[in-house]
Design a binder for this molecule. Structure first.
Ligand SMILES: [Fe+2]
Length: 687
């Protein structure tokens, strides 16, 4: 019953590749030539891009094996590009590398660097990076970028790949996107905000009264544990709506991001197996506190780094510097549309999402694209939405600034609870007031909501406010046959990747709010140890699954990564847990809306053998209870008890009993009771 649909790796091929590596690795080799180990980009049903960075300018050798044209293996060679965009700024070199400033000026020209440390000096530095230490010697010269596009692949197929970079070797595998409606899983999180300084730094963690405490783990462990859970769920792709790094212009912050997401061990490298999509947040446009901040040209230098690392489908912007800032990916039954909403104009008005950044609309501005109606990005967006409405079962949009929120960026641009006080003080003292006002509000992005509604966008994923919050906007979609149909858009703030864990702003109200971790998942303490609930690092897991009436469903599960401590407050482990806010969407509604009651067939389990996702319909508002029973008829876990309107719902059982202990392998019964009606389904848990 529990299927592993992605396990079709050719074991003979894996054996062959591993033997090849055994032979080559038998030779002594110096430290790795990989500055950033290989990772996947731009996934399609027939292609995949591999990117990696090296210390040397040696071309890399890639071999791909798999079905179709790749059965006998196919070799590729990379053409190294000296990525001067990734130079260490001189201040960073002086402060963190010591001894001598070897960093290049902010070179944009194709000229080679003026100083390249010899290899024996680079080698120990690379080791230190892998051990998570700061550099103590010279800053390395900019790395060489390698990029290979692999084409003519088969859809939903797994391929092995191996890369030889100088004497360093790397191997992993990837799976292409499906062409049609096949089940997929993806993950969304934002605001990892990586930097070496995250180690030992505990985020602010307000309690229910708003009193600030340090979070239980530091930010490095928080993000690391989050990624470990994500990797264990084997998603098809990951989407990150902004603020990947703390300062987009600090090279060390990008180094830290890749330390988390890649590894010289292909099996442990999430980015070598799972392609990730991204869109820039305000932090990608922020050079550094010591650099130009959001000013030019520093902000452009910062976003250049982002664009050097990532590759996305073209948006055909007439401004080449906007390529990759907004883009669209079709992946099986879904369309993913990424927007760049880091700036809009007029500058410093209620339409502006960043009072410090100058974009394409501003005099002496940079290239941050506007998003208002009539802008190039808006026109592109409408075209994609219209096409996606016809093509895909679900349309998802992701961008950084959450438009509906009770966090600090939920105030309208230029406002805050302190606005009256600041106006009084600034008038009295003749000073500029904006520092404590919301200068980076997400509210201006609400201007896009009518367009999202018009074309039936199903959910919008954002970050920026660093909360787990979901809002519902109700309206009418104009369907492809020109009719108006009631529609709901779910707006998420999933900015809990690995940095902040904020509480709500006093005095700020979000009338659309449907879930907020701070208030809807209260902390449960026992003998001064937290045992459940509360705000934690996490992500949204989305499963796209077939339903029994021929339509498709999207199940959106808010996951938190719970740190388990013993009674002596020793950290034991982290556990994947779900907030009680699973949302199940059906493909666009038709006249024959379901009047069924009971569980959906459990036809798919992905490859998680110890968790069961159960979907059910109820026909009228009812007090609903779902309970798990053992084979002796004893209730072992109450999964939920709540009053719900008619509709489709989901509940996930993680294979644990009411005491959070894992149950033994075997068959269990989950029973649904609603207004006197009952249904049940058997679940087999494998260990
Ligand atoms: Fe942000």
């Amino acid at each position: 019953m529990i299927l592993d649909h992605r396990s079709s790796i050719n074991t003979d091929l894996a054996l062959l590749l591993s033997c090849v590596f055994c032979i080559i690795q038998a030779h002594p080799s110096p430290a790795s030539d990989f500055r950033v180990p290989p990772y996947l980009q731009n996934p399609t049903s027939d292609g995949m891009t591999l990117i990696w960075f090296s210390n040397s300018d040696t071309p890399g050798q890639l071999e791909v094996r798999g079905p179709g044209a790749y059965q006998a293996g196919k070799p590729f060679e990379s053409a190294p590009y000296h990525a001067v965009e990734l130079s260490y700024p001189s201040w960073e070199s002086n402060r963190f590398f010591g001894r001598q400033n070897v960093a290049l000026s902010y070179a944009r020209s194709p000229q080679p660097p003026v100083f390249i440390p010899p290899l024996h000096r680079i080698a120990p530095l690379v080791n230190q990076v892998n051990e998570h230490h700061l550099f103590t010697q010279y800053a390395p010269a900019p790395p060489y970028r390698h990029r290979v596009r692999i084409e003519n692949l088969l859809p939903s197929a797994t391929y092995q790949y191996a890369i030889r970079q100088s004497t360093s070797l790397f191997s992993s595998n990837f799976t292409t996107a499906p062409t049609a409606k096949e089940p997929i899983r993806f993950i969304v999180y934002a605001d990892s905000e990586t930097e070496p300084e995250s180690t030992g730094k505990h985020g602010k963690w307000p309690d229910k009264e708003g009193k600030i405490r340090p979070y239980l783990l530091d930010q490095t462990d928080g993000y690391k544990n989050n990624l470990a859970v994500i990797q264990s769920r084997k998603p098809h792709f990951i989407a990150i709506p902004g603020d990947l790094v703390e300062s987009g212009g600090e090279q060390r912050d990008w180094d830290e991001f890749w330390r988390h997401n890649t590894s010289l061990d292909g099996q442990g490298s999430i980015a070598s197996k799972v392609p990730f999509l991204a869109t820039p947040g305000n932090h990608e446009y922020y050079e550094s506190p010591i650099g130009d901040r959001y000013n030019q040209p520093g902000s452009q230098r910062a976003i250049n780094r982002y664009q050097t690392y990532f590759e996305f489908p073209t948006n055909n912007s007439p401004n080449a510097k906007q390529h990759g800032l907004y883009h669209r990916t079709d992946f099986g039954p879904v369309t993913m549309i990424a927007l760049d909403v880091a700036n809009d104009g007029p500058h410093k008005t209620d339409r502006d999402t960043n009072f410090f950044l100058l974009g394409e609309d501003d005099e002496q501005g940079g290239n941050a694209p506007a998003f208002k109606p009539g802008s190039t990005q808006y026109i592109w967006l409408e075209k994609q939405l219209a096409d996606a409405q016809q093509r895909s079962a679900f349309t998802f949009v992701y961008f950084h600034h959450v438009p509906y929120s009770v966090g600090p960026h939920g105030w309208a641009a230029g406002e805050s609870i302190w606005i009256d006080w600041w106006k009084f003080v600034s008038d009295f003292l003749s000073i500029d007031p904006p520092e404590l006002l919301d200068t980076q509000s997400g509210v201006p992005v609400r201007i896009l909501t009518p367009l999202f509604m018009r074309y039936g966008v199903d959910a919008v994923f954002s970050g920026h406010d660093e909360m787990f919050e979901r809002s519902e906007l109700h309206g009418n979609e104009r369907t492809i046959d020109g009719l108006e149909s009631p529609h709901v858009i779910h707006f998420y703030d999933v900015g809990i990747g690995g940095d902040g864990l904020r509480g709500p702003q006093t005095g700020l109200h979000n009338p659309h709010q449907a879930f907020l971790a701070h208030t809807h998942a209260p902390e449960v303490w026992q003998d001064s140890v937290l045992i459940d609930g509360g705000k934690h690092y996490g992500h949204l897991e989305v499963d796209i699954l077939p339903a029994r009436d021929g339509r498709w469903q999207a199940v959106m599960k808010p996951v938190y990564v719970f740190p388990v401590f013993d009674s002596q407050h020793n950290y034991l482990r982290s556990e994947r847990r779900l907030y009680d806010d699973i949302v199940a969407l059906t493909e666009r509604k038709t006249a024959q809306e379901s009047t069924l009651f009971g569980f959906e067939p459990t036809e798919l389990r992905f490859d998680n053998l110890s968790t069961a996702l159960l979907r059910y319909h109820i026909t009228e508002e009812a007090a609903v209870q779902t309970t798990v029973y053992g084979d002796d008829g004893e209730a072992i876990r109450l999964l939920e008890t709540a009053t719900k309107k008619s509709g489709l719902y989901s509940v996930e059982w993680d294979g644990r009993n009411d005491r959070r202990q894992q149950v033994e392998e075997g068959t269990y019964t989950v029973q649904l009771v609603a207004n006197g009606m009952r249904d049940s389904v058997n679940v087999y848990i494998m260990r």
